[in-house]
Design a protein around this ligand. Structure first.
Ligand code: ASP
Length: 354
């Protein structure tokens, strides 16, 4: 009996030591990764001047700098993705927060989600009109309520109770997005006329519609403690009606993080991402099918998404720090910043087109 106890004790304590070694190794590596996107649908290379390109790249860069400062100091992936998305929400260039697109009624309705890969805790808000930084409200839902998804007026009341900044809906007005709504409405009425007169569907109009419609911002991160997190924020699709909600605030579709596999934030035609349960499908392929991040994400974004008729892209970082940024549109505003280990150089890249 005594011998059995000694053996058991030795086995248990060495297992414990091995586990501790794994954890502390991870804590000491200093390895971290942050990947961001600013949407995949509003791009047209021919209309892009060098000055405009520089403006977008600098907007993405400011977000990476903020997230990097958190991760470099050993901060959490969760703090990094929230802070990074907040910078993008405050930048009118991107379709989230201040740069949100208009609904058919001429208002802005915002969606956002955040997820912690360590605990699988998640928070989302949908269809809010007065919350300056929806991503912060989503985090409050995760941490300060017993719910995962709050919508509309209730979500706004909850955010106000949490002391989150509330603004007048006019804060979200930007002339660029207003013009986008007018263009979308004009195209819709041309479509009606064409359908009524049985004229062949005009591909050019369809193409322009796709370009005007989307945009979203997102961030995914792996921190130096080995934890993953994902965050997404959007104004949705231009000219949306009837309280339409896309994939961004739906956990598992537009946003997902799981320390066992991957953290993902999506952008594109939300209805298709919802139907594919995009982010969780990729995670499941990795967890249960043994697929690599590249294979799983390319299959979903480059094959299954276009096969259904949708388009868009996503950013992802897996538990080992591998990244993927697939998209099947003309471009996707994107960037990453990472460090392989303590003392290594920080590597950064920012891209827009293929
Ligand atoms: N996926 C977003 C939505 O459908 C839009 C986008 O990412 O461009 O609401």
């Amino acid at each position: 009996m005594r011998i059995l106890f000694i053996i058991l004790f030795t086995v248990c304590s060495s297992t414990l030591l091995a586990q501790q070694a794994t954890v502390s190794n991870k804590t000491n590596t200093g390895k971290y990764v942050l990947v961001i996107h600013g949407g995949a649908g509003t791009l047209n290379k021919s209309q892009f001047t060098p000055a405009l390109e520089a403006k977008y790249k600098s907007g993405l860069d400011s977000a990476l700098v903020v997230g990097n400062a958190i991760l470099e100091k050993g901060g959490t992936a969760l703090d990094a993705v929230e802070a990074t998305v907040k910078v993008l929400e405050n930048n009118p260039l991107f379709n989230a927060g201040k740069g949100a697109v208009f609904t058919n009624e001429g208002i802005n309705e915002l969606d956002a989600a955040i997820m912690d890969g360590k605990t699988l805790a998640a928070g989302s808000i949908a269809g809010v009109r007065t919350i300056k930084n929806p991503i912060t409200a989503a985090r409050a839902v995760m941490e300060k309520s017993e719910h995962v998804l709050l919508s509309g007026r209730g979500a706004e009341a909850f955010a106000a109770m949490q002391g989150i900044e509330i603004v007048d809906p006019s804060y979200f007005y930007t002339p660029e997005r207003w013009k986008g709504l007018l263009r979308a409405k004009e195209r819709d009425s041309i479509d009606q006329l064409k359908k009524a007169s049985q004229t062949a569907y005009n591909d050019e109009i369809d193409e322009q519609r796709r370009k005007d419609k989307y945009g979203t911002v997102g961030a995914v991160a792996l921190d130096t403690h080995g934890n993953l997190a994902a965050a997404t924020s959007t104004g949705g699709m231009t000219n949306k009606k009837w309280g339409r909600i896309g994939d961004a605030p739906i956990i598992g579709s537009g946003t997902y993080a799981n320390n066992k596999t991957v953290a993902i934030s999506c952008t594109g035609w939300g209805e298709y991402f919802l139907r594919l349960v995009m982010a969780k499908s990729i995670s499941d392929r990795m967890e249960f099918g043994g697929q690599s991040l590249t294979l799983a994400s390319e299959t979903l974004v480059m094959k299954e998404l276009p096969a259904l008729g949708g388009d868009g892209g996503l950013i992802a970082v897996d538990k080992n720090g591998n990244i993927a940024l697939p998209f099947c549109t003309e471009g996707m505003y994107r960037g990453f910043i990472k460090k392989e280990r303590q003392g290594a150089a920080v590597v950064k890249d920012i891209l827009i087109f293929k």
